[in-house]
Design a protein around this ligand. Structure first.
Ligand code: ATP
Ligand code: MG
Length: 332
């Protein structure tokens, strides 16, 4: 798990329990999330596990009780909890301790809650509320009973094209609605998408989301995401775009059917090098057995030039839908 890397000007969050230690961003592992405003930054950042070890797990938070930890990330922890007022179970994402409501950590939480509040879509997790209690910002939302796509790939191995296309179609539909609300997700990856029992695909973790309008980017870090899912332009230090999110969907669809990534790298530095050397393994090399429409959809979403990718996530979804319709015709 990679830690956030804050700009020198803002510094690491003020947390008496934190024990920030310098980390070279380029040596970060590639599957964890990372944030910085510079593509070449080697500035200090807080180290998540150190903080986590100091925090006793809370039993309650605000009006939410019976907290049971179900997830752990760079930003804090995720709990299954009971909302006694509305008498329903919820998922509570508690951001790391922040001295003030608008501290660095809390701002990511607020951004996550506000982005989620702008979107209403069956394939996007529904936010219920946000509050600041016990020096921690909490975002509570619908509890998804299921597993992440990462867990699915690990448990099942390579998925078939039809199953992956169905997941891709739902995900594209979710991402399209996010973009339509003027938001970029910027961290689409297998751990941030869940598959609910029954098959519903749910996009979550809007902690790195950002306003699409350049004048509303305010203090959002430019360079952030999960290295192996990041588009080449983001790795070069450019601002993310709709096409950068589409690129990440492409990486995810590649991973679902191969269990691998388009580039093989252990550090951010290596990921960048692989892209510079164009050392990318085409999907059709790994899975020549896949139907042509699936291969073409993934290839197009992974085009090095943004202009060559799908114009919208909706367009990508349609390409994937065509595949399942074709399969239905063959089955008839
Ligand atoms: N609404 C939810 N319902 C059920 N489980 C959830 C929910 N939200 C998050 N989780 C679980 O908690 C994990 C971490 O959640 P999330 O990605 O939002 O946190 P994070 O701190 O941003 O983590 P990371 O740094 O790994 O991205 C998820 O992978 C998932 O297993
Ligand atoms: Mg996450």
């Amino acid at each position: 798990m990679v830690s956030p890397d804050f700009r020198q000007s803002s510094g690491a969050p003020r947390n008496s329990n934190t024990n920030p230690k310098p980390v070279d961003v380029d040596s970060h592992d590639t599957k964890g999330r990372l944030m910085t405003d510079s593509a070449t930054s080697t500035q200090p950042c807080a180290d998540a596990p150190v903080v986590e070890a100091c925090e006793p797990p809370p039993r309650s938070w605000g009006h939410l009780s019976k907290l049971r930890k179900i997830g752990q990330g760079v930003f804090g922890e995720v709990y299954h909890a009971w909302d006694a007022l509305l008498e329903r179970e919820v998922a509570l994402k508690l951001y790391r301790e922040a001295a003030e409501q608008l501290d660095e950590w809390a701002r990511f939480g607020l951004q996550e809650a506000r982005s989620l509040a702008r979107v209403r879509h069956p394939n996007v997790v529904t936010v219920y509320g946000v509050d600041y209690r016990k020096r921690r910002l909490g975002v509570w939302m619908e509890y998804i009973q299921g597993h992440t796509l990462e867990a699915l790939v690990r448990a099942q191995g390579k998925l078939g094209a039809l199953e992956a296309a169905r997941i891709g179609f739902d995900l594209c539909s979710a991402v399209m609605s996010v973009h339509e609300r003027g938001i970029l997700h910027r961290d689409i990856q297998s751990k941030n998408v869940m598959c609910e029992h029954g098959g519903r695909i749910v996009l979550m973790d809007f902690g790195l989301s950002q306003d699409l309008r350049p004048w509303r980017r305010d203090s959002a870090p430019r360079f952030c995401g999960t290295p192996l899912y990041m588009a080449p332009e983001v790795l070069r230090g450019e601002w993310a775009s709709v096409q950068s999110d589409i690129y990440s969907i492409g990486v995810l669809l590649y991973r679902l059917v191969t269990g691998c990534f388009p580039v093989h790298a252990g550090t951010l530095k290596e990921v960048r090098l692989k892209y510079q050397q164009e050392d990318i393994t085409p999907l059709r090399e790994r899975r020549p057995d896949l139907p042509e429409p699936y291969l073409r959809a993934v290839e197009r979403s992974l085009a090095p030039c943004q202009e060559d990718r799908f114009a919208t996530a909706g367009e990508m979804g349609e390409a994937l839908l065509a595949l399942s319709e074709q399969a239905n015709v063959i089955a008839c």
